[in-house]
Ligand binder design. Structure first.
Ligand code: ADP
Ligand code: MG
Length: 264
């Protein structure tokens, strides 16, 4: 991977168009259908239950994300953005509908295969970073490797893994904070560490849930620049949930969740 500069301005893309995915499963206007998409949702339904009361959140979401696309998902608070992202990332399962990755259904895989898929293909980034508080930045970045490999295999290749983790931390501009614990890092630095952690297993897709939501505008923009750089230089597909229009407008395309569906 090339180095990501924090300050370098990224090429502006054309103003993103709102919404191109058809509601009834028809191929969308830009020709991406679920089968040829990098990741896609087809007719996704998801409800939560509070006692016996059903809270429908997603009511038939169709969405196809092209390989190499930078997509922003917007919608008001409670509209189901996180729910959708969790389903795309196999962190949760839909009640109805399918999630496809590279044309293959992934939502119904056995739990272990979903874990493996998530560990190898999908990088996840969250608003509140979800770093482990007792671990240093470097250890946090290494943690997915430790979990994926198990103690012995990890130990045998620890130098290689450490070199890769340092390279990634360097790339996101955190090479000088390897031994800092999360409480010794700023919000922007924690998010940089979380991005490096999301990249350590070499995923081809990044799912980011309000990655700038807890940051001031300038720091949020720096994080966005890193995500855009990864998208442009490393050809990573990025799906980013945000409620910040100024952030969303920098994506290739914006879709809006309204009443449990992708708005037409
Ligand atoms: P967003 O990310 O767009 O703010 P979410 O996907 O987090 O929205 O939540 C959508 C709706 O589902 C909200 O009304 C929320 O309260 C509800 N919800 C989310 N997670 C759960 C859960 N685990 N149990 C019950 N209700 C939930
Ligand atoms: Mg949310």
């Amino acid at each position: 991977m090339s180095s990501v500069s924090q300050t370098e301005s990224l090429p502006r893309r054309a103003t993103p168009r709102l919404q191109v995915v058809a509601r009834d499963g028809q191929p969308p206007a830009d020709g991406v259908d679920a089968k040829s998409a990098h990741v896609a949702a087809v007719g996704l339904h998801k409800s939560y239950y509070k006692g016996s009361i059903q809270i429908p959140v997603l009511r038939g979401v169709d969405l196809a994300v092209r390989e190499g696309e930078f997509l922003a998902i917007i919608g008001s608070s409670g509209s189901g953005k996180s729910t959708l992202l969790h389903l795309l990332g196999t962190l949760d399962q839909p009640d109805q509908g399918e999630v496809l990755m590279a044309g293959k259904r992934i939502d119904n895989l056995p739990a272990r295969r979903r874990d493996t898929l998530r560990n190898t293909q999908i990088g996840l980034i969250f608003q509140f970073y979800h770093l482990l508080p007792e671990m240093t930045a470097l250890e946090n970045v290494l943690s997915p490797r430790m979990i994926a490999d198990g103690v012995f295999k990890y130990w045998a290749r620890r130098r290689e893994h450490e070199a890769e983790a340092k390279r990634l931390l360097d790339m996101v501009g955190l090479g000088h904070r390897l031994k800092h614990k999360p409480r010794e890092l700023s919000g922007g630095e924690m998010q940089r560490a979380a991005i490096a952690r999301a990249l350590v297993s070499g995923p081809r897709i990044l799912l980011a849930d309000e990655p700038t939501g807890n940051l001031d505008q300038a720091t949020g923009q720096e994080i966005l620049n890193i995500l855009r750089d990864l998208n442009v230089r490393e050809k990573l597909t990025v799906v980013m949930v945000t409620h910040d229009l100024a952030i969303a407008e920098q994506a290739d395309r914006i879709v809006r969740l309204v009443q449990g569906r992708v708005e037409q």
